[in-house]
Design a protein around this ligand. Structure first.
Ligand code: SF4
Length: 381
C-alpha cells in the first residue's frame, strides 16, 4: 500500500498537541492580554500626532479579537507598539500592556510589555506572543530557504532540539497549514502569495504561543485564498486554543473568524461588541459605513455605499466627534463634544457616539441605516 502524500492546502492532523493551550486546559475567561489607557504618538511638540489614543482592551484566552478600521485608523500602530516592534518616530506615551504568560508548570505571570527590557521581550516573543505581518514577501528573507525560517526560530528558543527534530517540527507545522515538505527547500519567490502567508502562519505557531497577532495577513490575496486561510485559521485556533488578534479593514471577513470585534477610528475604539451582534446590528455610524464598504462573503447581496469623505488629519483633529465631518447622523453636540466609549445595552457592547448617550435617549435609533443623503453621496466619482 502506498503512503498517503498530503496535498497542498489540505491541512493534516500530524502535530502533537500535548503542549497546546487546549490540552493544558486553560480557562477561557482568563485574560491573556490586558491593554489599559494605551497611547502612541508620532513626533513631539507642536508636530506631535496621537495615532493611538488611550485604548483599553481585554482579550481572554482562546478568544479571537478582530480589530477593524480604515488605513490610518491606528490598528496596526496599536499592535506594533504594544509588542514593542514600533520604530521611531513612534513613541509609547502612556498606558500599560499586560501579557499573561504561562510557563511549563502552568504558572501565569503578567509581563508589562511597555516596561519590559529587551531580554524580557526576547523571552516572550515567539514563545508567548507571535505576529504575522501584512506582507509575507517582505517578512520572509528572500535569500533564505523556507526551512531556515523555521530552523532559526526553533534553534533560538528550543536549544534542546536536534537538527533532525527541528526539521521534523518544521514539516509538521507546514502540514498544519496545508503545505508539503518539499516547500522547506524552496525560496520565498518560488511560492505563491498564499503559500508564503501560510508559511508565516506556520512559523508563528512554531512555539505554541498563547497569543497570535495577524496584521492584515490576507489583504494581498485573492478572495478564494483569503477564504481558505480564514477557514484554516479558525480550525487551528479551535484545535490549539491560542488567542488571536486579527487586524483587517474588511469587517465582513472578521465575522467568519472573530468572537469579538473592536472598530477603530482616528486612533480610538469607537465600538466594541460580539462579532455577530456587531455585524447584524451595528450601532456606531462608522461601523455601519464599514459594513457597507465590502461585499459580504455569505448571504444576500448588499448595497455598497462606502463612507463619504476621508479620515481626519490627526495633527489637527476635529474638536468634537472625530467622525462628525463624515457622519450623516451628526448633531450640534457632536461638533463640540467628543464622545467616550461607554457601555450600551446588556450585551457587553460599548459605543462612543452621542446617539447612544442616555441624555440623547430620544435619538437612540433601534437600528441604524444609511441615510438617503449618504447613499447619494458615496461611491460617486
Ligand atoms: Fe455621528 Fe455624532 Fe455619533 Fe459622532 S457622536 S458618530 S458625529 S452621531
Amino acid at each position: 500500500m502506498s503512503a498517503t502524500i498530503p496535498r497542498e492546502h489540505e491541512p493534516t492532523e500530524v502535530v502533537d498537541v500535548a503542549t497546546s493551550a487546549v490540552a493544558t486546559g486553560v480557562a477561557r475567561h482568563e485574560p491573556v492580554l490586558e491593554i489599559e489607557g494605551f497611547s502612541v504618538d508620532y513626533g513631539a511638540g507642536a508636530s506631535m500626532v496621537r495615532a493611538v489614543d488611550e485604548v483599553t482592551l481585554r482579550l481572554d484566552r482562546s478568544r479571537v479579537l478582530g480589530i477593524a478600521g480604515e488605513s490610518g485608523s491606528g490598528k496596526s500602530t496599536l499592535v506594533y507598539a504594544m509588542t514593542r516592534l514600533l520604530r521611531a518616530p513612534g513613541l509609547i506615551s502612556g498606558g500599560r500592556v499586560l501579557l499573561h504568560t504561562t510557563d511549563d508548570d502552568g504558572v501565569v505571570t503578567p509581563v508589562n510589555l511597555v516596561e519590559a527590557s529587551e531580554s524580557e521581550l526576547r523571552k516572550v516573543r515567539w514563545s508567548h506572543v507571535s505576529i504575522v505581518l501584512q506582507s509575507a514577501l517582505s517578512a520572509l528573507n528572500p535569500v533564505l530557504r523556507i526551512g531556515r525560517e523555521f530552523d532559526e526560530v526553533l534553534k533560538t528558543h528550543r536549544k534542546d532540539m536536534t537538527k533532525a527534530q527541528r526539521r521534523a517540527r518544521a514539516v509538521e507545522l507546514l502540514r498544519l497549514v496545508g503545505l508539503t515538505e518539499d516547500r522547506l527547500d524552496r525560496y520565498p519567490h518560488e511560492l505563491s502569495g498564499g503559500q508564503r502567508q501560510r508559511v508565516m502562519i506556520a512559523v508563528a505557531l512554531a512555539l505554541d504561543p498563547e497569543l497570535v497577532i495577524m496584521d492584515e495577513p490576507t489583504t494581498a490575496l485573492d478572495v478564494v485564498t483569503q477564504r481558505e486561510i480564514i477557514s484554516e485559521l479558525a480550525t487551528l485556533r479551535a484545535r490549539f486554543g491560542f488567542a488571536m488578534i486579527f487586524i483587517t479593514h474588511d469587517l465582513s471577513l472578521l465575522v467568519e473568524l472573530a468572537d469579538e470585534i473592536a472598530v477603530m477610528y482616528a486612533g480610538s475604539i469607537v465600538e466594541r461588541a460580539g462579532a455577530r451582534e456587531l455585524y447584524e446590528a451595528p450601532r456606531h455610524p462608522y461601523t455601519l459605513g464599514l459594513l457597507h464598504s465590502f461585499p459580504p462573503l455569505h448571504g444576500e447581496r448588499r448595497e455598497l455605499t462606502g463612507i463619504p469623505g476621508s479620515p481626519p488629519d490627526l495633527a489637527d483633529p476635529p474638536a468634537g466627534c472625530r467622525f462628525a465631518p463624515r457622519c450623516t447622523f451628526a448633531m450640534a453636540r457632536c461638533l463640540t463634544e467628543r464622545p467616550t466609549l461607554r457601555e450600551f445595552g446588556d450585551e457587553g457592547r460599548s459605543v462612543a457616539c452621542w446617539l447612544f448617550d442616555p441624555a440623547s435617549a430620544s435619538r437612540v435609533p433601534v437600528e441604524l441605516s444609511l441615510a438617503p443623503s449618504a447613499r447619494q453621496t458615496v461611491g460617486e466619482p
